[in-house]
Design a protein around this ligand. Structure first.
Ligand code: UT7
Length: 350
């Protein structure tokens, strides 16, 4: 049997404790945020028509999701990215000519080749190196910390970082166990040199590939190109062992947050804004309980957009920023987690 198929049966040897390794990177600031979601709203009730056995109340009670945005037939990850980037640039009052680095976190690129970043670079007419980072729902955390290295070293004066995903293109819209969870969107930030008090006070990026089969898309890559058998088996769609990903996420996110707080010698009560990956309201609430805080302390929009993968964190960040919830000097906690398995947690001083 093909290994891609048998990988589904692979037993994850997930470690019982997470790494305690953290890094710090100061001298970086966020000078603009922007986001974009497709105009097409699909409510839980509407989903019921296309997805057999899908119960709208079940979705809301088990996930907190009430609706999601789905890209139109002519919209792609690049289009969402460009719209979010233009808003971030307008908010920061900068021009395309000022951007000297572009990093796009996505696991739903327009093409396998070339990268979505190159398509965005062309559309925005940037004079900048451009590359994608593939870390699924941790994509934005991986992208923003990567771009920050260039800014902190002086090798970028203005870096554009985008988290974008068109999940509707890889999710089986007739599978009630996965279709209700995901939506499409994009968020962007602009990074520039800051003071030595601004930046990533502590961050942790990590991976545990032993859990790769818990959340995967087996066909469509070099290992298993899409053929008729793969299409018939639906192996070109995203698959998830939801229950086990849920348990892994609650434990990993809470522990990773504790590790970065400890390394920064801070407590959860020092944090002004908590931004967690928006996969499921119940995961967010369970993490809050583990951290000993009220779930209300975490700013969410999962009810409006569902899980937008790499877009999830910058979508929340931009919404909070637009509402005036972020002040200079605030410490913002951001944590992304997902397929790989991967996670990224940071304390960012604004
Ligand atoms: O972003 C990447 C990371 N992803 C995540 O963090 C997602 C993590 N996992 C989850 O959020 C949750 O596990 C899910 C939302 C995916 C599932 O919630 P759950 O509470 O773990 O439900 P379950 O999978 O245990 O399913 C319970 C029941 C099942 O029926 P049986 O087997 O008990 O008869 C499902 O078939 O609910 C059924 N079900 C539904 N019923 C009505 C699943 N989806 C639906 C639906 N409508 N849409």
């Amino acid at each position: 049997m093909d290994e891609a198929i048998s990988s589904a049966a692979k037993i994850p040897r997930l470690s019982s404790t997470i790494t305690r390794r953290t890094c710090s990177l100061m001298g970086v600031q966020i000078v603009g945020t922007g986001s974009y979601v497709p105009s097409n709203v699909v409510t839980n009730l509407q989903l019921q028509d296309q997805c057999p056995g899908c119960d709208p109340d079940w979705i809301e009670q088990r996930t907190g999701i009430r609706e999601r945005r789905i890209a139109g037939p002519d919209e792609s990850t690049c289009d969402l990215s460009v719209a979010a980037a233009q808003k971030a640039m307008a908010q920061a009052g900068v021009y395309a000519k000022d951007v000297d680095l572009l990093v796009v976190g996505t696991f739903t690129p327009d093409y396998h080749c070339p990268s979505t970043a190159c398509l965005v670079q062309d559309r925005l007419t940037l004079d900048a190196p451009a590359f994608d980072i593939s870390a699924a729902c941790s994509g934005f955390m991986y992208a923003v910390t990567t771009a920050a290295q260039y800014v902190a070293t002086g090798n970028s004066k203005l870096a554009l970082v985008i988290g974008a995903d068109c999940n509707s293109r890889i999710v089986n819209q007739t599978d009630r166990t996965i279709a209700p969870l995901f939506g499409d969107g994009a968020g962007a930030v602009l990074l520039a040199p800051g003071t030595m008090e601004q930046g990533f006070k502590s961050y942790q990026l990590a991976a545990d590939g032993s859990g790769c089969a818990m959340l995967d898309r087996p066909a469509g890559g070099a290992k298993r190109p899409v053929d008729v058998a793969a299409l018939e088996a639906g192996e070109h769609f995203l698959r998830m062992d939801g229950r086990n990903v849920f348990k892994w996420a609650v434990r990993t996110v809470a522990e990773s947050i504790e590790v970065v707080l400890e390394s920064a010698q801070m407590t959860i009560h020092d944090i002004s804004l908590l931004v967690l990956h928006q996969a499921n309201q119940r995961i967010i609430d369970a993490v809050a309980t583990k951290l000993g805080i009220s779930p209300d302390r975490i700013f969410n929009n999962v009810h409006k957009y569902g899980n937008t993968s790499a877009a999830s964190i910058p979508l929340v960040l931009d919404e909070a920023n637009s509402l005036g919830m972020i002040e200079r000097g605030d410490t913002i906690l951001m944590c992304g987690f997902g397929a790989g398995l991967t996670w990224g947690t940071s304390l960012f001083v604004w």
